[in-house]
Design a protein around this ligand. Structure first.
Ligand code: HSO
Ligand code: ZN
Length: 432
């Protein structure tokens, strides 16, 4: 890990380093992805089956593309009971947290009879992408499905790539079933995003697509945006620990490594007011690396995107914390709640030394789909609002409209829109 002093120049360099990991930098694949999407749009299932054969080496048909009840039952046989149990426990917390995010429609009646309001309606259908292989995390299946379910989305379609024998990861199926997916299809990659966005004979078009995927999936989601809605594009995982000399280096090091192990592009940053803590954390990391199964990945991500930043004061430290806008922020300082009030930008804030990041990844309840790559400056964690939309409600009585009809007509005429003015004026022409 590079050790640097906190200053403007270093912050600028770190930010530009981190941004190299953004999916926005992979436009060279955009043409390939667009080609796949166009073909799915034009040829439907035929293209979907052909791409699945090409990329996943699996021959699908209309009869085998959808996961059946029997396959779900068989998946339970292959998954440890202890995992099923923990999925259920975790679901209770995730549901409870997201229930609190639900918002009611509202109607505001004024004394003159005017009623204005906002009607909330859940999206009718949502597609959830779940990667195959190593990054098939059942925890992410829960995190993507639960907010949709709590919002009241009726149709939740999960897609995930099959292996060559047409099987999908059993734990993915179990998690999807527990969380309440209504349809599961064995397709992945940009072709799956195309199917969800445009519809094919086997897969109906959805209103919104969420869930993480590789660069092809991310680019495909970007390309179909506007035709359907999408969640924000997930970048590599990030952790930033803000710590002073009260922090335990053994814990801080362990927490940094927890995200560094995700992939080689993951980032782990310690910002500290204690030089001694920085040094101890480095020693601890060396110790852990001998024991951890993904040491190779961790070494690469720490080398490229790992930093220890030394700050003179907590305020200076907070400035860099806000500039980096990390996906995950741990605050391990003397008064962590007070420090939290000064944080403007972070996807999820973990407070105190017993709130280590994996608590949020798996169990506490808040969503682990979080803004990455500095987008915590303007994006929020995945939440129930992402699965509802609002309609404005407007009611005016005759008297209420009469009182202001001239104003609207003036406005419309100023815009040169006389039909607009007329649609108001006709209601009062006999009276004047
Ligand atoms: N930390 C990841 C989510 C995850 N971690 C899934 C473990 N499993 C999101 O940045
Ligand atoms: Zn994680």
């Amino acid at each position: 890990m590079r050790v640097l002093k906190v200053n403007k120049e270093n912050t600028k360099n770190i930010l530009s380093d981190l941004l190299k990991r953004s999916p926005n930098n992979y436009d060279q694949y955009a043409g390939t992805v667009q080609g796949i999407l166009d073909e799915i749009k034009e040829k439907g299932d035929e293209a979907l089956f052909a791409y699945t054969e090409k990329f996943d080496k699996c021959k699908l048909t209309k009869d085998t593309i959808q996961v059946t009840e029997e396959e779900i039952k068989a998946a339970y046989e292959k998954v440890d009971d202890s995992l099923v149990e923990v999925i259920r426990k975790s679901l209770v917390n995730i549901r409870e947290y997201h229930e609190k995010q639900k918002r009611n429609s509202w109607f505001d009646a004024k004394p003159d009879g005017t009623i204005l309001g906002q009607k909330m309606t859940a999206l009718a259908s949502v597609g959830v992408y779940v990667p195959g292989g190593k990054a098939a995390y059942p925890s992410s299946v829960l995190m993507n499905i639960v907010p949709a379910k709590v919002a009241g989305v009726e149709k939740i379609v999960m897609v995930t790539p099959p292996n060559k024998d047409g099987e999908v990861t059993p734990a993915t199926l179990v998690a999807a079933n527990e969380a309440g997916a209504t349809h599961i299809y064995k397709v992945g990659g940009a072709q799956a995003i195309g199917a969800l966005a445009y519809g094919t004979e086997s897969i109906e078009k959805v209103d919104k697509i969420v869930g993480p995927g590789n660069i092809y999936v991310a680019l495909a989601k970007k390309a179909v945006y506007g035709h359907v809605s999408i969640d924000s594009i997930a970048g590599p995982s990030e952790i930033l620990v803000l710590a002073d000399d009260t922090a335990n280096p053994h814990y801080v090091a362990a927490d940094l490594l927890s995200q560094a192990e995700h992939d080689e592009l993951a980032s782990a940053i310690l910002v500290t007011t204690s030089k001694t803590l920085g040094e101890k954390v480095q020693e601890e990391i060396e110790g852990y690396l001998k024991k951890l199964s993904r040491a190779e990945i961790i070494e690469k991500s720490l080398e490229n995107f790992g930093y220890i930043l030394e700050a003179e004061t907590l305020d200076e430290a907070l400035e860099v914390v806000n500039a980096i806008a990390s996906e995950h922020l741990e605050i391990v300082t003397a008064n962590p709640f007070e420090v939290m009030t000064k944080v403007r930008n972070a996807g999820a804030i973990f407070i105190g030394e017993y709130s280590s990041e994996p608590l949020g990844d798996y169990f506490a309840g808040p969503n682990h789909v979080l803004p990455t790559n500095g987008t915590a400056k303007f994006f929020s964690p995945l939440n129930v609002d992402d699965f509802v939309k609002k309609s404005s409600i407007i009611y005016y009585s005759k008297d209420a409209l009469k009182a202001i009809h001239n104003d609207i007509e003036t406005f419309a005429k100023a815009e040169g829109l006389t039909a607009h003015a007329n649609s108001i004026a006709v209601r009062f022409e006999e009276e004047e």
